[in-house]
Design a protein around this ligand. Structure first.
Ligand code: ISL
Ligand code: CA
Length: 574
């Protein structure tokens, strides 16, 4: 089965076929991927230079994180011009060359669309803030404030610390920013603003990109009454902001006006969308979005934005069973356990020590590529990159972590050591250190001075070493992606967890009728065993830790797994 072409009329196992359901995506965060001109900052020509590294995995589509003109307060998620390539990333000709080079390799390209907010340096906001009478005043969310304008309109908080409102002295009014105060929220209640946003989105579709990853897209509808947070949402305001009164309507408008019926993907970031409400957004045939990047699994060990908490494996596993129950069997989702906003995959869910790093990274590759949904591989996870040894708050770059430091440590609410121990487990900065290409200076990322850290383990953890080692994480991803393309049940098969309460093992099936794969993962540092599940006796062993097995004894009796072992069997004759 290939992901090529428009397959949107056929069905498999009750699912309408779409290329984006069958595709494996790879996320490039360009600032840290590959520098080509020695300024220490990753750029588009650098991405082009490394496309074969991505294509050789068997990846079908690339999600490019923001490449636009931006002052980089939030590393590109503060867009100053939606139609311009950021000077540090290159030119529009470079972007056109990237798109052509991606297509020449039979892959697709989607770009990141950040339309809940813009940069405060965007011409629209400069005009909006100029005066209350500005023609673009209501393109952003302005409010006179409380106490005669001396206090913000309500108790909403920014996810980057402080109030979600900033007072603009020129006009004495407050403007809303759910993120940094240099990221003012766009007002989707304004029809002209929506029209301009849709026009900017069409600009990229008309260039030939294959869809969008839609940044915090569930936040775009705001309650014009601007009430204080309901008590139940005060500790996790994202669930309030993702439930605006006109969200569904706005997203349907966007789908109609921007996509215009093309089978291009709408991949929504679902920060704050609980599964039951997600179902309507991605319902096959009626939902305005095609699939969601969900947070229930990747953020399962968070006790608030920066605080970490241990979570038993059954709680993690239940997310995937809940998805079947709450999203609905045919609604689609992405499988994303790692991206530019989260710690490194193998450090987060595996064991990144010298003994188990490779094996647990291969297990997590198996998990990512055999769960139900569209897998998204984040740059560096395909070679088992690990969390960075940050020591002090000055070692970090991210506006989110620094904002939390201001809110919590500088106000005396929590001690610096306790904060740093938690931040080290949750920081977005782990995913933003330089991609590690080789064991040379700066891991081959740049010939200049890198804008951010290069992990000291790049001497052994790097793409060149991985490609040369058939038992590496890289080749595990390559074999797993090939297996996924060969087995329709790994794409469209029903998911069932066989051992939901087991504290170490994640054993599940993917099935279409008699065709089934059984996946067994020992997600622990101890040996563990399980009995051959009903109906799988005789199944053929297909992959062991991402490697084709030496011997292929048929599945029978008790299965003993070493720490971090992963196995895939396929029912005989199917
Ligand atoms: O949980 C979070 C809130 O701070 C963040 O990790 C993250 O900001 C959230 O998931 C939304 O992410 C997206 O929007 C942000 C940007 O900083 C992230 O990089 C982007 O992925 C604002 O545009
Ligand atoms: Ca550069």
């Amino acid at each position: 089965m290939t992901a090529a072409g428009d397959t949107s009329r056929e069905t498999v196992n009750g699912h309408v076929r779409h290329w984006w359901k069958e595709a494996v995506f790879y996320q490039v965060w360009p600032r840290s991927f590959q520098d080509s001109n020695g300024d220490g900052i990753g750029d588009i020509p650098g991405v082009i230079a490394r496309l074969d590294h991505i294509a050789d995995l068997g990846v079908d589509a690339i999600w490019l994180s923001p490449h636009y003109d931006s002052p980089n307060v939030d590393n590109g998620y503060d867009v100053r011009d939606y139609r311009a390539v950021g000077a540090e990333f290159g030119t529009m000709a470079d972007f056109d060359a990237l798109l052509a080079a991606v297509k020449a390799r039979g892959m697709r390209l989607i770009v990141d669309m950040v339309v809940n907010h813009s940069s405060d340096e965007h011409a629209w906001f400069v005009e909006s803030r100029a005066s209350k009478e500005s023609g673009r005043r209501d393109w952003y969310v302005w409010h006179p404030g409380r106490d005669g304008g001396a206090a913000p309109p309500n108790d909403w908080r920014s996810f980057f610390g402080g109030s979600a409102w900033a007072r603009d002295d020129a006009t004495g009014e407050w403007y809303m920013h759910l993120f940094h105060e240099k990221q003012p929220d766009l007002n989707w209640e304004s029809e002209p603003a929506r029209a301009a946003i849709f026009d900017a989105m069409r600009f990229w579709l008309d260039k030939g990109v294959d869809g969008f990853r839609l940044d915090v897209i569930a936040f775009v509808s705001k309650d014009p009454a601007f009430p204080d947070y309901p008590p139940r949402h005060r500790d996790a305001p994202e669930y309030y902001h993702a439930d605006g009164p006109r969200l569904f309507e706005h997203l349907c408008d966007m789908r109609r006006e921007v996509y215009r019926g093309a089978d291009k993907v709408a991949l929504g970031e679902a920060f704050g969308v609980p599964l039951p409400r997600a179902a309507r957004l991605v319902a096959e045939g009626s939902g305005p979005l095609d699939m969601l990047i969900h947070f229930d699994a990747v953020r399962i060990d968070r006790a608030g934005m920066w605080r970490w908490k241990p979570v038993p494996l059954p709680v993690f596993k239940r997310v995937f069973t809940d998805m079947e129950r709450l999203l609905g069997r045919t609604a689609w989702r992405a499988v994303s356990l790692s991206n530019h906003d989260n710690p490194r995959l193998v450090s987060h869910f595996g064991d990144d020590g010298p003994r188990w790093r490779v094996r647990s990274a291969c297990l997590l590759a198996t998990l990512t590529l055999t769960l139900k949904g569209t897998p998204i591989v984040y740059q560096g996870d395909e070679i088992g990159m690990t969390n960075y040894p940050f020591a002090t708050i000055e070692d970090y770059d991210d506006v989110e972590g620094k904002g939390a430091w201001s809110d919590w440590v500088e106000t005396g609410k929590v001690g610096a050591q306790e904060f740093l121990e938690n931040l080290w487990r949750t920081s977005r900065d782990h995913a933003r250190t330089a991609m590690q290409w080789d064991d040379g200076p700066n891991a081959g990322f740049t010939t200049g001075t890198p804008w951010f850290h290069v992990h000291p383990d790049h001497g052994t953890v790097n793409a060149a070493a991985a490609r040369a080692d058939d038992a590496s994480v890289y080749h595990a991803y390559r074999r797993l992606i090939a297996l996924r393309k060969a087995r329709p049940e790994l794409v469209y098969g029903d998911f069932r967890d066989h051992l939901p309460d087991d504290p170490r093992l994640f054993v599940y099936e993917r099935r279409i009728g008699a065709d089934a794969c059984l996946v067994a993962l020992n997600m622990s540092g101890e040996a563990a065993s399980f009995a051959t599940p009903e109906g799988f006796a005789g199944a053929a062993l297909v992959l062991v830790d991402g490697v084709s097995p030496q011997k292929t004894e048929p599945l029978a009796g008790s299965v003993d797994l070493e720490p971090w072992d992963s196995r895939i069997w396929r029912l005989p004759g199917s």
